[in-house]
Design a protein around this ligand. Structure first.
Ligand code: GDP
Ligand code: MG
Length: 178
C-alpha cells in the first residue's frame, strides 16, 4: 500500500496553559524549515508530511481546542474530526491532569465505537521542582484509559518528536488492522 496518501487529523486537546500551542509550534517550526505550508487558519492548523519508520504520512495538526468556548461548537467539532488525539496536561498542574481524564471520558462518549488512537501527554517535565503529578500517576492513568503515555517538554524540545512519531505509529496500527 502507498501510505504517502494517508492524511491524518491529529487534534491537541487539554486545559489552557498546558503547552498545546508550544507543542504545535515545534511541529510547525519543523514544517517551516522544510518549506511546508503551516499557516492555515492563523497558525492553529498545520499540515506537513513526516517520515516515520521510512514511510511518509501527512499530518494535519489541529490546535483549535478552546476550553473556554461557551458555544461548545468548536469543542464538538474537535471531538469529531480527529483521527487521533493528544490529550495534554501539565505535570505542574493537577487540575489539568484531572481535566485530561474528563476529556478522555468525553471523547469515548462522543466517538463510542471508533478505535481512536490517543496519547496522554504530560508536558512541562522540565519543571521538576513544580511537579504536582508523578510519572507513575500519568502512566497509571493511561493504563486505566487504554491509551499511550509520554512526558514531554516543549521548552526543552524533549520527547516532542517521539510524541509525534508515536501517534503516527498508532494511526498505522489501527489503519493496517482494518
Ligand atoms: P496552551 O494554552 O495549552 O496552548 O499553552 P501554551 O502553549 O500557550 O503554553 C502556556 C505557557 O506555558 C507558555 O508561557 C509557554 O511558554 C509555557 N510552556 C509550554 N510548554 C512548556 C514546557 O514544556 N516547559 C515550560 N517550562 N513551559 C512551557
Ligand atoms: Mg494555545
Amino acid at each position: 500500500t502507498d501510505s504517502s496518501n494517508n492524511i491524518y487529523n491529529v487534534v491537541l486537546i487539554g486545559e489552557n496553559g498546558v503547552g498545546k500551542s508550544a507543542l504545535a509550534s515545534i511541529f510547525a517550526g519543523a514544517a517551516d524549515s522544510m518549506g511546508s505550508d503551516c499557516d492555515l487558519y492563523g497558525g492553529e492548523v498545520c499540515e506537513q508530511t513526516v517520515t516515520v519508520d521510512g514511510e511518509t504520512a501527512t499530518i494535519t495538526l489541529l490546535d483549535t481546542w478552546d476550553p473556554q468556548d461557551e458555544s461548545k461548537w468548536s469543542q464538538d467539532q474537535c471531538m469529531h474530526v480527529g483521527d487521533a488525539y493528544l490529550i495534554v496536561y501539565s505535570i505542574t498542574d493537577r487540575a489539568s491532569f484531572e481535566r485530561a481524564s474528563e476529556l478522555r471520558i468525553q471523547l469515548r462518549r462522543v466517538r463510542q465505537s471508533a478505535d481512536v488512537p490517543i496519547i496522554l501527554v504530560g508536558n512541562k517535565c522540565d519543571l521538576v521542582r513544580c511537579r504536582e503529578v508523578s510519572i507513575h500517576e500519568g502512566r497509571a492513568c493511561a493504563v486505566v484509559f487504554d491509551c499511550k503515555f509520554i512526558e514531554t517538554s516543549a521548552a526543552m524540545q524533549h520527547n516532542v518528536w517521539d510524541m509525534f512519531t508515536g501517534i503516527v505509529r498508532q494511526l498505522r496500527l489501527r489503519h493496517d488492522s482494518k
